[in-house]
Design a binder for this molecule. Structure first.
Ligand code: NDP
Ligand code: 8X3
Length: 252
């Protein structure tokens, strides 16, 4: 049976790949992001295989999130799967040199936006006793690296919020999964380095990084499990990436 899937940040990267994978199964999709023209292109690509509803949505805007959910057409209103994917990193400077506005934006998007979307759709899932929330975290939420300061902290929030949701939802059939990828080649670094294409390309050069489709495969795996089974957490990295030990700064 076709599922109704709500994807945040569907205009690029993981979100667009996730949309393609669900569309290939014939699921109904609500695709959201700020850049509506990109969503329109994706809809044109996918609408031969899936029913698609687009919403221009900035997840940082709490009242816009509430209005968007209330505006869903009847055949899209009973959301089965929420993919909380919209997010970003801004900057890689040490904490004492960062732009505080960048920190605000990351917290407002990666934490508050994710919470707003979850809170808006969760009551319906609980009432129907059916649903799945898939949160896109990051290895940056578990492993510290220089310049990850607030970005990593927002993803640690995603990880713990996911675990805490499971506690609250015990006794219901609503599932929660956190998928925490390491380095994957998308527009992520272009956004982080504020459109500096050279710097962004340098992140992935020679790394054989993961692709957006790799992450979409993981999303399909967790959402295709039989209904008695909850995959709590998936951490995934390219083989070329690993946490490689603590560093010591020595005098002299
Ligand atoms: P992209 O930059 O390619 O895509 C990010 C998506 O998030 C875009 O669709 C963008 O849409 C959307 N977005 C950003 N801000 C907002 C907002 N305020 N409201 C609504 N949508 C928003 O990056 P990725 O696909 O790589 O990133 C997707 C998620 O994966 C993020 O949460 C990121 O932190 C996480 N991640 C990425 C990794 C990587 O290495 N690429 C690794 C681990 C996690 P628009 O600008 O049109 O609004
Ligand atoms: C993105 C992965 O390693 O760039 O969340 O922080 S990393």
């Amino acid at each position: 049976m076709a599922r109704t899937v709500f994807v945040t940040g569907a205009s690029s990267g993981f979100g667009a790949a996730i949309a393609r994978h669900f569309a290939a199964k014939g699921d109904r999709l609500i695709l959201t992001a700020r850049r509506i023209e990109r969503l329109e292109k994706l809809k044109a690509e996918l609408e031969s295989s899936a029913k698609i509803h687009l919403l221009q949505l900035d997840v940082q805007d709490r009242s816009a999130v509430d209005k968007a959910m209330a505006s869903l057409p009847a055949d899209f209103a009973a959301v089965d799967i929420l993919i909380n994917n919209a997010g970003l990193a801004l900057g890689l400077e040490p904490a004492h040199k960062t732009d505080l506005d960048d920190w605000d934006t990351m917290i407002d998007t990666n934490c508050k936006g994710l919470v707003y979307c979850t809170r808006a759709l969760l009551p319906g899932m609980v009432a129907r006793n059916r649903g799945h929330i898939v949160n896109i975290g990051s290895t940056a939420g578990s492993y510290a690296y220089p310049g990850a300061n607030v970005y990593g902290a927002t993803k640690a929030f995603v990880n713990q919020f996911s675990a805490n949701l499971r506690s609250d939802l015990l006794g219901t059939q609503v599932r929660v999964t956190c998928i925490a990828p390491g380095m994957a080649e998308t527009k992520f670094s272009l956004v982080r380095f504020k459109q500096d294409a050279g710097k962004a390309a340098g992140v992935y050069a020679g790394s054989n990084a993961m692709t957006a489709s790799d992450i979409a495969h993981a999303v399909m795996y967790v959402t295709d499990q039989p209904s008695h089974l909850n995959i709590n957490h998936i951490e995934m990295m390219p083989v070329s990436q690993a946490s490689a030990g603590l560093k010591v700064h020595r005098k002299g």
